[in-house]
Ligand binder design. Structure first.
Ligand code: ADP
Ligand code: MG
Length: 597
């Protein structure tokens, strides 16, 4: 078994490593440190998140730097402010027994003059985000023309975030003879391009297989109806009373919504996404680190900076658009050799994505059942019993004991236990008692939503709409559903409870899709005819008569006139020529979907 002593590290580093409590180098450290200490070479190192890459480049870098000289000798580029600060802190800890070595963090959103003056005081190691770095170079606030080492950390993320040109510009300000060390969790094409273009015969090391996930992570998937996602999420959380998790959503909006719902439903949750100010994000992250937040609901971009070790679960509320992103998500758990679970909530139509991901991560998923209400009750009951057993007695209650005894006089031990447990347990039991099974089995898009909703009011998670086309326009429930779904760009199960009337219809979607649906059908025309969608004021499925309010079809000229697209109605994917029939610009649509998705 390899130890840090055998890697060639000097005493001050070994001392700091002991202080940190690291007993054994991780695999990437074992592989990278001797190479970097031994020879002057470029290096490409691929290893999952949480495998200790910071120390893998940090230790050798610190050892190679001359602390008696003040100029900047090592530059570490990292994708986000969060990571930048984390790396800086780590490096400072590693270098604590090396007097005179200074590390400075350079990132956006903070005073550039302050950062410039720190640099001026002397910083042998600079850790920077590419954007701010470029800024400082352009303003002549930093000199990197004499660096010996440049480290591209989380290179895949930096490229993902569009920093290619910034990196190129920054590197053009560095000496040709410097060494470049590239660290990345995955090796997409863009990273190999960087390696080819800016590096000189790099030694390549890989930990695990390329792009694969950490082996300490178990991958599970749960199949639910798309409108049951939120309920499924709650059950997954409730079935793991000690959960400490990141919940990934695809969009800022979903993220915000899911977090709000969770908070409303009594969970310690918070949202983390790009619409929050830096200050708000810092606050959220600090509460999360302190475990005051059990469920952090995040977008992929916002979560890039998350480096918290004890995350027990990653929950993919929705799968990412880019399958590769899954590796990054799941890598937030199972860090530092700990075990973690990555859960995915999928609809039946997304199932093929699971096998796609399995190929990429080279690990198998396990299909799991969404726990039933009673299973959750049982889990919670035992969690409670254990909690009672393990609770330290607070002796301040001693003086009240006689009076408490009086109150509880006459109860047997058994009754007492039942009552104590019921106080807490009642909440779960009342909620889950008589709830249905959420596991999606056979396709059934027409189930009765109202009956199906659990506690969480049906109005809050599902929206009923009115649309001014109906059977007279050639639609039946199936074709109308396809029409709405394809026009908005929604998933297979996202439109449901379609009820086609003569000249108008109703349908439901999850509340999360409300904005995009209304936005898409805003001033939306087919063959010059306005297709109008509004939120229905009628209860779900209760509509009996004509809807209130003025509709397009009430207007003169619209009444009963047959729109030209009713010839045969909507033909489904095959016979449907979007370009010809629709007056919307596909570019506009994709932009809109970007904003949403
Ligand atoms: P990566 O950059 O690969 O995502 P980090 O460098 O952030 O991983 O390390 C993840 C966590 O593991 C950090 O908390 C770090 O302090 C810890 N760590 C790193 N190396 C070791 C080690 N050899 N033994 C124990 N913990 C370690
Ligand atoms: Mg890292």
């Amino acid at each position: 078994m390899s130890t840090f002593d055998t890697l060639g590290l000097d005493a001050p580093l070994i001392q700091a490593i002991q202080d940190l409590g690291f007993t054994k180098p991780s695999e990437v450290q074992q592989k990278a440190i001797p190479i970097l200490l031994g020879e002057e070479t470029d290096l490409v190192a691929l290893a999952q998140t949480g495998t200790g890459k910071t120390a893998a480049f940090g230790f050798p870098l610190i050892q190679k730097i001359d602390p008696t000289r003040k100029h900047t000798q090592g530059l570490i580029l990292s994708p986000t402010r969060e990571l930048c600060l984390q790396i800086t802190n780590e490096i400072k800890l590693y270098a604590k027994y090396i007097p005179g070595l200074h590390t400075v963090a350079i990132y956006g959103g903070a005073s550039i003059t302050e950062q410039a003056s720190q640099i001026k005081r002397g910083a042998q190691i600079v850790v920077a985000t590419p954007g701010r770095m470029k800024d400082m170079i352009n303003r002549g606030l930093i000199n990197i023309t004499q660096i010996d080492y440049c480290i591209l950390d989380e290179a895949d993320e930096m490229l993902n975030m569009g920093f290619y040109e910034d990196i190129q510009d920054i590197l053009s300000n560095t000496p040709k003879e410097k060494r470049t060390w590239l660290f990345s969790a995955t090796m997409p094409k863009e990273v190999s391009v960087i390696a080819k273009k800016f590096m000189n015969q790099p030694v390549e090391i890989t930990v695990g297989s390329k792009n694969s996930g950490a082996s300490t992570i178990v991958h599970e998937y749960y199949v639910a109806g798309s409108r049951d996602r939120y309920q499924a999420l709650k059950r997954l959380a409730d079935a793991h009373p000690e959960i400490f998790s990141v919940v990934f959503c695809r969009t800022k909006r979903d993220c915000q919504k899911v977090a709000e719902n969770l908070i409303e439903d009594g969970y310690n949750a918070a949202a983390l996404h790009g619409d929050l100010s830096q200050n708000q994000r810092d606050l959220v992250m600090s509460s999360f680190r302190k475990k005051q937040i059990q469920m952090l609901v995040a977008t992929d971009v916002a979560a890039r900076g998350i480096d918290v070790d004890d995350i027990t679960h990653v929950i993919n509320y929705q799968l990412p658009d880019e399958i590769e992103t899954y590796t990054h998500r799941s890598g937030r758990t199972g860090r530092a050799g700990k075990e973690g679970v990555s859960m995915v909530i999928v609809t039946r139509s997304e199932l093929r994505k699971i096998s796609h991901i399995e190929k990429i991560i080279q690990q198998k998923f396990t299909l799991k059942n969404i726990p039933t209400g009673m299973e959750i009750c049982e889990i919670q009951l035992f969690a409670l019993a254990n909690k009672i057993k393990n609770t330290e007695i607070n002796h301040d209650v001693d003086e009240y004991l006689p009076k408490i005894n009086e109150v509880l006089d006459g109860l047997t031990k058994e009754e007492l236990i039942k009552k104590i447990v019921s106080v807490e347990f009642g909440r779960f039991y009342n909620y889950y008692n008589k709830t249905r099974d959420l596991n999606a089995s056979e396709p059934s898009d027409r189930g009765d939503r109202a009956e199906r909703s659990e506690g969480y009011s049906s109005n809050a998670d599902s929206v009923r709409y009115f649309i001014n086309v109906g059977s007279r326009d050639g639609f039946n429930w199936g074709t109308l559903k396809d029409f709405i779904r394809d026009t908005v760009g929604l998933g297979k199960d996202d439109v449901y409870k379609v009820d086609v009337k003569d000249s108008f219809s109703f349908f439901n979607s999850d509340t999360t899709a409300k904005d995009i649906i209304l936005e898409t059908f805003h001033e939306f025309k087919v063959d010059g005819r306005f297709i109008n969608v509004e939120v229905s004021t009628e209860g779900p499925g209760n509509f009996k008569g004509k809807p209130k309010g003025k509709r397009d079809f009430d207007r003169p000229g619209f009444k009963k006139s047959k729109p030209s697209f009713d010839k045969g109605g909507y033909q489904g994917k095959g016979g449907f020529d979007k370009k010809k029939k629709f007056e919307f610009d596909p570019a506009k649509k994709s932009k809109r979907r970007q904003g949403f998705g």
